[in-house]
Design a binder for this molecule. Sequence first.
Ligand code: ATP
Ligand code: MG
Length: 449
Amino acid sequence: MSENKKAEKITAVKGMNDILPQDSHLWQLFENTAQSVVQSYGFQQIRTPIVEDTALFKRAIGAVTDIVEKEMYSFTDSMNGDQLTLRPEGTAGAVRAVIEHNLVYEGPKRVWYTGPMFRHERPQRGRYRQFYQFGCEAVGFTGPDIDAEMIMLCRRLWDDLGLENIRLELNSIGDAGERARHRVDLIAYLESHEALLDAEAKRRLHSNPLRILDTKNPAMQDMVNGAPKLLDYLGEESLAHFNGVRKILDHNNIPYVINPRLVRGLDYYNRTVFEWVTDALGSQGTVCAGGRYDPLIASFGGKPTPAVGFAMGIERLLELMKEVGEPEQPNLCDVYLVHQGEAAQLQSFVLGERLRDAGLDVIMHGSTANGPGSFKNQMKKADGSGASFAVIIGEDEVTNHTASVKAMRGAEGEQQATVPFDEVVDYVVDQITGSGDHHHHVHDEHCNH
Ligand code: ATP
Ligand code: MG
């Protein structure tokens, strides 16, 4: 590259977003809240690789699905020719790991995961090519109780996040036999309305007709509303399971609407399916989707083991959180260290470590191309950091073995004090814990709400 030519800028991949420092506190608020909610139900975290064998997703998700047909980031490993895929969802990897490490043989398990997922879709509001999910899987439980527990766990999370107006839609898609009987009638019905089917529906008519029911094509809505309902095909056991879920939800005053058109896009689901939906996000209104997938584990070669899970889209939930009111930006630190001269800088380093030992968050003024900067400039930075105190060490302080402690905006108590060097930590901790200042970090992890 010639010297007078500006280097070309490289930007992020389309549909894949940076999460910047000004937004990361909102992400942390979500993640911390979600983690503490699932922990309160006994779920343990599982962390699986972002890249898996392509065959895993083809088998787990099903060949005739949006994801496998057109959304997967698949590639050949140029080193050895392996067919690999960036995970489009979290269930397949979690279940693979549970089987591979024989976790199911130890008894039922409740696990949760979070992380990035990848789907090659058209980027738009609430729909990205790298997006984040938070999900849970409960493996080895048969009864409707765990389905209801999962739903109640979500409800608790919405409450803890202060989110209202997320409604629960519920359905049962029965078992394979029930779906097979429904399928015959569904195909006959759809064929009798063939003129109304769009190209995608025509293509799916014989491969995955159930998916036609959740079409987003407005022109097909009336027609699919009149289609045979799976609920009418449920046998005694499936119906009992469905009613079992409903009974627990009713008993706990969890409102829901039964949506007979609710089918999951993933082939391995059975019985309970549910979605949490909001009208506040335009057309990308589903914030969480889940259900039972009893047949999956056996289809992977594992011992037949029932399972139920859900995944929520974090970006969509953060958008909802922002609408309710964005939480205040947390302060960057409790104490900002201002120093002039080499000896003072060395003293500040020692003090910084001692303050951090005491549990405080400390920013030490750092040098830039212009050097350490004037006292005035450093105080400006201290102010901008939101620190409760600036601790100042200059030449006089070095000579006298003291530091000047200045209360910043919002801090109560003495405005400025000269404190012996060895007493600075106690002094600052006393001031902060005694002042009733809600923004300090001592003994308080969740300082921002
Ligand atoms: P949709 O019908 O919106 O495409 P889906 O059925 O593909 O959803 P799931 O596979 O069930 O979605 O994923 C669970 C949740 O993850 C969704 O309800 C949504 O909140 C979120 N999600 C799915 N795809 C994306 C995406 N591309 N960008 C952002 N969030 C997404
Ligand atoms: Mg999708």
